[in-house]
Design a protein around this ligand. Structure first.
Ligand SMILES: [Zn+2]
Length: 179
């Protein structure tokens, strides 16, 4: 895949906003990531090899209580292929990346609502049960759903691969026949 140079800041959701969001999401004390914002920004568009060790540094190489992570590894029967601290830091890195990509996509979908007035949500966040990876949901781009549900640019699920695509009225009608 070609590497995109994704901006660090988005309108109404700056890089430091993203760090604060991640702190809350990962049950980290306020400031854990925010205080290292300048350093983290320097590697934010790099691979996990750069950012994960930095996140581990932010927590002083210590495990911290994260109930959602405990629940996640129990559900998945997680086999440690790396140490737990590295995996927790990796989860934060992955969440940073996927939410940022979703914000980037959103910033591209917003201005073309008149052409692609429907948004299609795919993955677990589109399923009522919350665990169907193949679920799909099509709604008007202006639907209130996009403001208050767990969706890609603020997805709180660990290891979620949800995504949103903007589609035309024609595609919506075609896909509606198959759903
Ligand atoms: Zn999700």
């Amino acid at each position: 895949m070609m590497r995109l140079n994704i901006p660090l800041d988005f309108p109404n959701f700056t890089f430091t906003d993203q760090l604060k969001w991640l702190e809350t999401w990962a049950c980290l004390p306020s400031g854990t990531l925010f205080n290292a914002a300048a350093k983290l920004a320097g590697v934010a568009n790099e691979d996990s090899e750069k950012m994960v060790p930095m996140i581990k540094g932010c927590v002083n190489e210590q495990l911290w209580p994260w109930p959602a992570y405990d629940a996640y590894i129990q559900d998945d029967g997680f086999q440690y292929s790396r140490d737990r601290l590295t995996d927790m830091a990796e989860q934060i890195y992955q969440k940073y990346r996927t939410n940022k990509m979703a914000h980037y996509r959103k910033s591209q979908m917003e201005p073309i609502k008149h052409l692609n007035p429907y948004w299609e949500l795919s993955g677990r966040c589109a399923s009522k049960s919350g665990d169907d990876q193949t679920a799909s949901l099509i709604l008007n781009a202006n639907d209130a759903f996009w403001d208050d549900h767990c969706i890609p640019w603020r997805c709180e699920n660990l290891d979620c691969k949800c995504s949103v695509f903007a589609i035309t009225e024609y595609t919506m009608r075609k896909e509606a026949n198959h759903l």
